[in-house]
Design a protein around this ligand. Structure first.
Ligand code: ADP
Length: 245
């Protein structure tokens, strides 16, 4: 059996009695790229919030690398190796891409990272390597404010990768992007998936088709079904919940 990077066991999150997550059982393997989809209100954001410690499960457990995250503050969960990319880019606009990567990269913490069993610095997460991976070498030294929306998204993904996360959570990375920018983000995530465990929340079905090997569909806070893109797309239950929106 493959080692699990992430597991949720019967996770319920109640807000004043309303269950945003309802006995959610989910797991993904180390090294997997998983896409989670679901109609509005399905619980996708709450799912990321409960993984990162922003909200606590009312019932159930979240396990990261086999360890229960119960009651840990967000910064401690991040320190253990979960990186979260929010929907809108959070880059320093007055700094260049190179500077953005330099101030967020963990090169200086390398010794501690190694002691903590975290991934060592590789060519891919050196600043030079990161600039190449995210396709911004030619724009490395202009202010980030001059980048397109898609380039800013790629830069922020690079900033997270520079911190050597063991699990990368990516929330709707292609909302508002052109087709070409969307495709570029997809290719970047596929490249990163060769060496990272990645969980992506996304609405754009063409994008999901491009990147997903395995898709999990959330509905009313639970897993409705899982499978490859075609299986999920043709599942009558999925068609029904999307048409019901
Ligand atoms: P999604 O990201 O799939 O659209 P969310 O996780 O944002 O879904 O929300 C799931 C459900 O939980 C929604 O009905 C939403 O209104 C509700 N919800 C989310 N956060 C809160 C909160 N802090 N208080 C009350 N209800 C919430």
């Amino acid at each position: 059996m493959n080692a699990k990077i992430l597991e949720t066991e019967n996770v319920t999150v109640s807000f004043d009695g309303f269950k945003a997550l309802n006995q959610l059982n989910f797991n993904m393997d180390v090294g997997e790229l998983r896409v989670v989809i679901g109609p509005n209100g399905a619980g996708k954001t709450t799912f990321l919030d409960v993984i990162t410690g922003k909200v606590q499960p009312t019932i159930g457990r979240v396990l990261f690398k086999g360890k229960n995250l119960r009651s840990l503050p967000e910064y401690e969960i991040a320190r253990r190796g979960i990186g979260r990319k929010f929907q809108t880019p959070r880059v320093y606009l007055n700094l260049t891409p190179r500077e953005n990567l330099e101030i967020t990269s963990n090169r200086k913490k390398n010794v501690f990272s190694t002691l903590l069993g975290r991934s060592p610095v590789t060519e891919q997460n050196s600043v030079k390597g990161l600039l190449e991976t995210i396709g911004l070498t030619a724009k490395a030294d202009i202010p980030a404010a001059l980048l397109s929306h898609g380039e800013k998204q790629r830069l922020e993904i690079g900033m997270l990768v520079g911190q050597s996360p063991d699990l990368l959570l990516v929330d709707e990375p292609v909302a508002g992007l052109t087709d070409e920018e969307t495709y570029n983000i997809g290719e970047l995530l596929l490249t990163l998936a060769q060496s990272h465990s990645i969980l992506v929340i996304e609405h754009d079905m063409e994008f999901v088709r491009q990147i997903a090997k395995k898709v999990t569909v959330l509905h009313e806070g639970s897993v409705l079904c899982e499978g490859n893109f075609e299986e999920v797309q043709n599942d009558p239950r999925v068609v029904e919940v999307y048409l019901g929106q």
